[in-house]
Design a binder for this molecule. Structure first.
Ligand code: ZN
Length: 314
């Protein structure tokens, strides 16, 4: 049987102001802005993609910066933390860097033998940096951060559920994940080859308040599949397993299907091809506002309605 799920593809979240979002992810975290486009379903809102040099699956953090929208609330039945992977030797550097940029963080904590830092972006989105030395990906730096200390891509995500069993069953069954370990109510799963970029952690707290969507919350998490063929295969398998899955949507840089896991978190399965170089040279990724063909006739009006954003090296 062929492998249908490789690990994480991207995480998409809601944000407030676009410039603040760029300042945080391209500036402070030093990710590459690999695509500046619009929300295909709401062309007055940007869709900003950050990642490693090419925006490889497993490194892509994306945002819809809605400007003046209410903040959401962290809680159950939500993806509460997105973790990025950094080298162990970089942890001190990141503490200094966050301090220099007035980003408050919790003191380093340990989980599954890895030390991590936890903090929030300007909208309250939960971010972690997990120190480890098993990540061989090259990552990206913004020209300020030493490449040896830069973020390499995702480490994993944390799902916060009120009931663990149904989600665990979906992930380990239809979605090909394996439980790596479990301690104190936290499960760690991985998919594909395993390791950073493939982890899904799940914590279960039946009594906690449900999360509420708004700025600073994750909208959905996407899992990577190799091709249109493997996507159709997993789609069929999910439907046969009782999930209600959308038809394939063309997102220009990948093709997508969506469904809700039993806890209510929106899951997507996205194809690895065609990738971000489909409409810009690799060296120029993220430098221009890219629109899908059907919006090109409205470019002037769309551009006029969007907040001006610029990359700053910090
Ligand atoms: Zn998506």
């Amino acid at each position: 049987m062929s492998r249908l799920i490789n690990g994480l593809h991207h995480v998409t979240a809601l944000a407030g102001g676009a410039q603040k979002n760029v300042d945080f992810y391209a500036g402070i975290l030093g990710l590459r802005l690999v695509k500046k486009t619009i929300n295909f379903d709401a062309p007055d809102v940007y869709h900003l993609y950050y990642g490693d040099e090419n925006g490889n699956p497993g490194s892509i953090m994306t945002f819809f910066p809605y400007g003046q929208i209410a903040r959401g609330r962290k809680g159950t039945n939500q993806l509460t933390y997105t973790a990025f992977s950094v080298p162990t030797a970089a942890l001190g550097y990141w503490m200094d860097r966050l301090t220099a940029h007035h980003i408050a963080f919790d003191k380093p904590q340990k989980r599954f033998n890895e030390t991590f830092l936890r903090f929030e972006d300007h909208d309250g989105l939960g971010i972690e940096l997990v120190a480890n030395d098993e990540d061989t990906r090259s990552g990206w730096n913004n020209g300020v951060i030493d490449p040896a200390l830069a973020i390499k891509g995702f480490h994993g995500v944390t799902l916060h559920e009120t009931r663990g069993e149904p989600t665990l069953k979906l992930l380990t069954g239809l979605m090909e994940h394996r439980v790596v370990t479990e301690t104190e109510g936290r499960y760690r799963l991985q998919a594909g080859d395993g390791g950073p970029g493939t982890y899904v952690d799940m914590i279960v707290t039946p009594g906690n308040l449900r999360g509420m969507q708004g700025a600073g919350t994750v909208h959905h998490v996407a899992f990577s599949t190799d091709s249109d063929e493997t996507q159709l295969e997993i789609r069929e398998r999910l439907e046969e397993g009782g999930m209600s899955v959308t038809p394939v949507a063309d997102r220009n840089y990948f093709h997508s299907i969506y469904f809700r896991e039993p806890g209510g978190v929106l899951f997507e399965v996205a194809t690895n091809p065609p990738g971000f170089a489909i409409d810009e040279k690799p060296s120029e990724l993220g430098t221009k506002l890219m629109l899908p063909e059907w919006y090109e006739p409205r470019r002037a009006a769309i551009e006029a309605g969007l907040e001006r954003i610029e990359l700053k090296r910090v």
